[in-house]
Design a protein around this ligand. Structure first.
Ligand SMILES: CSC[C@H]1O[C@H](OP(=O)(O)O)[C@H](O)[C@@H]1O
Ligand SMILES: Nc1ncnc2[nH]cnc12
Length: 292
């Protein structure tokens, strides 16, 4: 049984978390430059690795984040379970600002970001039908309950390219698709986590009602920032509780994340591009080494 290492990707407003024996450490990735150094430490004896998604100081826009480098760096740091903490807009009256939505589905409308570790010279297709790991979501839900943070289990997250917020017509369209929340970052992050066989869960922290709500007017960044700061405090409490209550052995994922690559790679060994295979050492080493 593998040791559990909890990874946390902190979104807007969450640029650091409290840990014991913490240090910032640069991790090189063949995929590019991660958003920042990794903050590596422990909470309650559990190894924890934190990465601010937009970098400390929030220098990176959603389209500029190197999602592949971030996930690859997490994998290299030994992470087994990855929790994304993200600000989002809400499409539902009852998901009011301050609510934490434990997302279980995504619709990917991003278009200007590399979305896979695989490609020409090593083609793979992983399942994304169930993109989050239910066991990890259970743990996050229990932590939210223990900390008395309002949380809603389940929801569909619409990932838009941004950086501008949606038009009113788009906001109505996504509501008609039964989306629950909207953000700019969880795709391709969730897809890449699955390719890297990392259990993934998202805590989508509602900051606003996007633009559809008749009594709340259009989304604006000033009101978002005020709610974001309150949400960030709750996020830090949630993460701390999650880590303290998490088992130190990695729990196998009922959605099959731990073995996502078992039959996913279609390219025959002798048709593979050695340069791409070398870059896949962390993400797919488990299966490529076995074949190689
Ligand atoms: C705070 S306004 C929009 C910004 O916030 C979200 O970022 P993250 O998911 O990293 O918390 C959203 O996706 C946008 O990038
Ligand atoms: N309304 C919204 N749309 C996209 N990303 C967001 N992040 C926070 N609120 C958002």
């Amino acid at each position: 049984m593998a040791k559990a290492v909890l990874g946390i990707i902190g979104g807007s407003g969450v640029y650091d978390i409290e840990m014991d024996d913490a240090r910032w450490e640069a991790v090189d990735s063949p995929w590019g430059t991660p958003s920042d150094e990794l903050r590596i430490g422990e909470i309650g004896g559990l190894p924890v690795v934190f990465l601010p998604r937009h970098g400390r100081g929030h220098a990176l826009s959603p389209s500029d984040i190197d999602y592949r480098a971030n996930i690859d760096a997490m994998k290299r740091a030994g992470v087994t379970d990855l929790v994304s903490v993200s600000a989002c807009g809400s499409f539902r009256e009852e998901l009011a600002p301050g609510t934490f939505v434990l997302v279980d589905q995504f619709i990917d409308r991003t278009f200007a970001r590399p979305k896979s570790f695989f490609g020409k010279g090593c083609v793979a297709h992983v399942s994304m039908a169930y993109p989050v790991s239910p066991g990890l979501v259970d743990r996050v839900a229990a932590a939210a309950e223990a900390e008395q943070i309002p949380a809603h289990r389940g929801g569909t997250y619409l990932a838009m390219e941004g950086p501008q917020f949606s038009t009113l017509a788009e906001s109505h369209l996504y509501r008609s698709w039964n989306c629950d929340v909207i953000g700019m970052t969880n795709m391709p992050e969730a897809k890449l986590a699955r390719e890297a066989e990392l259990c993934y869960a998202t805590v989508a922290m509602v900051t606003d009602y996007d633009s559809w709500h008749p009594h709340h007017g259009e989304v604006d960044i000033t009101s978002i920032i005020a709610v974001m700061k309150r949400n960030a405090e709750n996020a830090r409490r949630l993460v701390s509780r999650l880590a303290r209550d998490m088992p130190h052995e990695h729990e196998p994922c009922p959605a099959g994340t731990d073995t996502a690559l078992d039959y996913a790679i279609l390219t025959a060994p002798d048709a593979r591009d050695p340069a791409l295979v070398a870059k896949l050492d962390a993400v797919a080493g488990r299966v490529l080494d076995r074949e190689g």
